[in-house]
Structure formats: C-alpha cells, structure tokens
Ligand binder design. Structure first.
Ligand SMILES: C[S@@+](CC[C@H](N)C(=O)[O-])C[C@H]1O[C@@H](n2cnc3c(N)ncnc32)[C@H](O)[C@@H]1O
Length: 268
C-alpha cells in the first residue's frame, strides 16, 4: 500500500493502492460512483412522503450529496435547497437533469437560510458525519435557525447496538457494478478502528474502489454512532420535540435489531 497526500500526487497503477487523505466525497472519481452504489435505496420515498405530509413549501436537504432528493423535491413544485461541503458531489448534483431548479449551497448548516424551511432533512446517515458533540450541537442549532416555528427535522442514524464491524468486511460488502462511464468497478469497505463505549462510539472504515482502468483508490471515513437516548436528549436541548422514531423505512417501530433509528422532530 502506498500512502500519499492526495490522489493527484500518486501515479495510478493497476497493482498499487492509492490511499487518499481526503474524504471520499472530495475525490471526483469516488463521487462519480456514489449514485450507482446507492441504487435501490428505500429512504427517498419515506422522506418524500414527509414533504407532502407537512405540506413543506421549502425543503432543505443538509448534506445533499449528489442531489437526487433535491431534484425530486423541486419536481413537486417546492422550493428545494441542497447544502453540501463537498464540491465533487455538488458538481454531479448541479449537472443532474432538473438540477437547475434547485438552489445549491456549497457549505454546511451555518450557510443555510434563516427561518426559511418547513422541513430540513439529513438523509444517507449525514447525522453520523458530525463526529464531535460540538459539531452535532452546532448543526442542530443551525437547523433550528433554518426552520420556521413548527417546522420539522427528519434524519436517520444507524443503530449502534448492531455489530457493524462484523458486517462491514470485504467479504460481506464487496460488489462489482457497472461504471456510469462504461466497464465495471469493484468496491468494498472494511472497519479499521472503533473507539468509545458501545452506546456512543466512533468507527473508522476504509472504502476501496477499483475503477475500470485498474486504479485502486482507498479513503478512510470516521462516523459517529450515537444511542437513541443521546440523540433524543440533544434534540430536546436544541428546541426540538421528537414526534416519531421508526426502526425501518416501512414506518415500523424501533426494535432491538433495527438497523436504523429514523427521527422526525418538530421545532418548538
Ligand atoms: C453518505 S453521503 C449522503 C448524501 C445524500 N444525503 C444522500 O442521501 O445520498 C454524506 C454526505 O454528507 C456530507 N457532509 C459531510 N459533512 C457534512 C457537514 N458538516 N455538513 C453537511 N454535509 C456534510 C458529505 O459531503 C456527503 O455528501
């Protein structure tokens, strides 16, 4: 394995791994395969139903990534705002059909408009990207600022009680998929570090992608796994009332073996 500071510094080779110290979202080649890796996801319909249920005229998608959800919201005649700090992800979002109907913001929650939205969503486990408690608290404060009184915040996190480290192995995650530009690419993840108590830990995993031209890219990512109780306490501390917590996209309640905690909270 050949550690380098950025992909640009490394000559690609079929047999060596190019390890980037960037987030995968900051690497255009990795952003380019994200939508393909996400095919078949079940969360979009859940969040789109909330747009209708709360009759949200303005929706903010915080951590919008490649913008699929934002475009779907705009297509329903709503004001759609997508916020993300990763330019390669936003590049794809802007170029998406219907992308010109969305207001894209390169930044974080602090860059979102005040008092503008009836609904803020964070989908694709964005909430787990706020690894430090200060970052999570600051994000909740900014979401509160973005919402109109009575507006809703909806997001999901993975249940920390699930043994993710035994699920996120090369053997159980490796897949070969069609690359959007032709050929196939392989990808898998492997957990490399877990720090903290079972109810609130930081887990670092390494994502591997072998592109059709043979380049093997690797990027690490650290996510925070918080308990349901911890999230509910931080929501209450930042002016939210939890209205619903689901354990699956079919709206079923949380069980011990639920993979997700899906929160819908009202700005008080
Ligand atoms: C797994 S992707 C999910 C993207 C999109 N929400 C989806 O569901 O497809 C996580 C996204 O969170 C974004 N992200 C990371 N840190 C963030 C932050 N501090 N504020 C907002 N978004 C962030 C990343 O850039 C990335 O696009």
């Amino acid at each position: 394995m050949q550690p380098v500071n950025s992909l640009n510094q490394a000559a690609a080779s079929c047999n060596s791994v190019t390890v980037t110290d960037k987030l995968w979202t900051e690497v255009p080649e990795l952003a380019a395969v994200y939508d393909t890796e996400c095919a078949g996801r079940r969360d979009h319909d859940f969040y789109l139903a909330l747009v209708a249920r709360f009759d949200a005229r303005t929706v903010v998608d915080l951590g919008c990534g490649t913008g699929v959800f934002c475009v779907d919201v705009a297509a329903r005649g709503r004001t759609s705002i997508g916020i993300d700090p990763a330019e390669p992800m936003l590049d794809i979002a802007r170029r998406r059909p219907g992308g010109d109907q969305v207001e894209w913001v390169h930044g974080s929650a602090a860059d979102g408009p005040a008092g503008a939205a009836e609904l803020v969503i964070m989908m694709g486990h964005v909430a787990q990207y706020f690894v430090d408690d200060d970052a999570w608290a600051s994000t909740l404060a900014h979401v509160h600022r973005m919402l109109v009184p009575g507006g809703r915040l909806a997001f999901e996190v993975r249940n920390p009680a699930i043994d993710w480290a035994s699920r996120w192995t090369r053997q159980s995650t490796e897949s070969a998929l069609d690359h959007p530009d032709g050929g196939t690419f392989d990808s898998w993840v492997e957990v490399v570090d877990v720090v903290g108590p079972p109810e609130s830990y930081r887990m670092t995993h390494e994502g591997h992608t072998v592109l059709p031209d043979g380049r093997h890219l690797s990027a690490r990512e650290t996510l925070r796994f918080r308990s349901r109780e911890q999230i509910e306490a931080t929501l209450a501390a930042h002016g939210f009332t939890v209205e619903q917590v689901c354990g699956d996209w079919d709206h079923s309640p949380v069980r011990a073996d639920s993979l997700e905690f899906i929160f819908v909270a009202k700005r008080t």
